[in-house]
Design a protein around this ligand. Structure first.
Ligand code: ADP
Ligand code: MG
Length: 441
């Protein structure tokens, strides 16, 4: 038997659960699709296309609906000899200004050898190039700007819809489809942009559990072999999805994770237990990502809080976390931050949902203070903090857990005995690249 063996007992087509899979039909979006279809109808009539603005939270089908309808539009337009339709789809993730969007659009319109640099030109020059390239294109060009909430300024959203009226375009009819994941983006648009871009607004509401069940069912039929899913699995994934954000992507991810867990188990069916374990694994991934993205001092503050938590000292005030934090900073050979900056890190941890904050009243004197505690399973936090633990040393409170959370790191103990407020102990010389630090006793 080879090292690799095909294991396809569970999945018929796992790729159907991936982000880039485009379902053949959209489930339960009839009303939105019908409004959207009417907005695009002028293209088929050979008329000046409408501008359309789509908004709604992530994972509610905005991109999928757009791809679905534009595929149909492209196909149906081919039936008419007098329609030359071209569609430019640009995701603005990573583009922070109208300038960048405009240069990307110019390059979309140009051949490989004729591309422009995405920096260095005055904005007006880039727009002139854009109008020229667009107008020499002819026919109808639909420009889709997905995730436009990434763009800091809305100049392009004003310029594109107005280009014809401003005499910049004669031969080409341009329609703009803007898609935003952010509600407030729409409210913040200037009135002149609103009036040109938002002539057709379509709101995609979050999905409820019933919608999600139908979407998951459709996907599961493609992705899994018959009879693999136990009855409760889809309802459970849908219930979690509805509770979280009504986000179809999250629910589909969860279903896939449950399938992966079942496959790792070498199970022949997927159970609700696999869903729960999949959810824990996804959650862990999210926390770890959040924790990894923090700065070094954020890590030190969190490590200090974790050890206090394990000692039963939480909820705890910022000033009581401080000695341990200061001590850890010194062990890591970093200058501790001033109390206020340290508190900022606690607030950031709270914002990320890693810890929770409770506002308390200071008795009769009427002041308030805040108490912090861990809001995540300590093992998970610890496993994401392993680099910090390596740097500082293993605090005695985490020794037991460290074995499971950080298998490569179990031998050393960072003593804080009497050391919290002094810097009495010498940090032993230890090879930083070696996971096992000597004990601090
Ligand atoms: P958005 O663009 O609003 O963030 P997407 O269109 O990317 O969301 O949808 C997220 C995922 O959920 C995609 O995999 C998409 O295919 C799927 N999806 C969303 N809505 C539906 C639907 N109504 N029917 C089938 N699949 C859907
Ligand atoms: Mg999208």
């Amino acid at each position: 038997m080879g090292l690799f063996e095909r294991d396809t007992d569970i999945y018929r087509d796992r790729d159907a659960l991936r982000e880039d899979y485009q379902p053949a039909e959209l489930v339960g979006r009839d009303e939105e699709l019908s409004t959207y279809t009417s907005a695009l109808q002028p293209v088929i009539n050979g008329e000046q296309p409408n501008n359309v603005f789509l908004y709604g939270k992530t994972g509610v089908g905005k991109t999928a609906a757009t791809r679905y309808l534009l595929d149909h539009l492209r196909e149906d337009a081919e039936e008419y000899d007098d329609i030359a339709l071209d569609i430019i789809f640009l995701n603005c993730d990573g583009l922070s200004s109208s300038y960048q969007v405009a240069t990307h659009l110019v390059n979309e319109l140009r051949a490989e050898h004729n591309q422009i640099s995405t920096t260095g030109y005055p904005l007006a020059t880039v727009y002139e190039m854009l109008w020229e390239d667009l107008d020499s294109h002819g026919g109808t060009v639909l420009i889709v700007l997905d995730e436009i909430d990434n763009i800091g300024d809305d100049s392009i959203l004003y310029q594109l819809p107005r280009a014809r009226a401003n005499g910049k375009l004669e031969d080409t009819q341009v329609g703009l489809i803007g898609i935003s994941n952010d509600f407030s983006f729409r409210d913040d648009l200037s009135p002149k942009v609103k009036s040109s871009l938002c002539e057709n607004e379509i709101h995609f509401p979050a999905y409820d559990a019933t919608d999600l069940k139908a979407i998951l069912k459709q996907r599961a039929d493609v992705a899994f072999h018959d009879g693999v899913l136990e009855d409760g699995v889809i309802p459970l994934c849908a219930a979690y999805g509805a509770k979280d954000a009504g986000d179809a992507r999250q629910s589909i991810d969860l279903l896939m994770k449950a399938g992966d867990v079942a496959r790792d188990d070498e199970a022949t069916t997927i159970t609700e237990d696999h869903v729960d374990r999949g959810r824990t694994a996804l959650e862990r991934g999210r926390i770890e990502e959040g924790i990894r993205g923090l700065t070094e001092h954020g890590h030190l503050v969190l490590y200090a809080l974790v050890t206090n938590d394990l000692e039963g000292e939480t909820p705890i005030r910022s000033r009581d976390v401080r000695p341990r934090y200061t001590r850890f900073a010194e062990l890591a050979e970093r200058d501790p931050l001033v109390p206020r900056r340290m508190r900022d890190h606690l607030s950031e941890l709270a914002m990320l949902g890693i810890i929770s904050v409770t506002e308390r009243n200071e008795g009769r004197r009427g002041g308030t203070y805040r108490e912090y505690e861990l809001d995540m399973p300590v093992e998970q936090v610890l496993s994401a903090l392993s680099e910090t633990v390596k740097l500082v040393g293993v605090h005695e409170s985490v020794v037991e857990l460290a074995e499971d959370a950080m298998p490569d790191l179990t031998t050393s103990v960072a003593s804080t005995e009497g050391g919290d407020e002094t810097d009495g102990e010498e940090r032993p010389e230890a090879d930083r690249s070696d996971a096992s630090l000597a004990s601090f006793e």
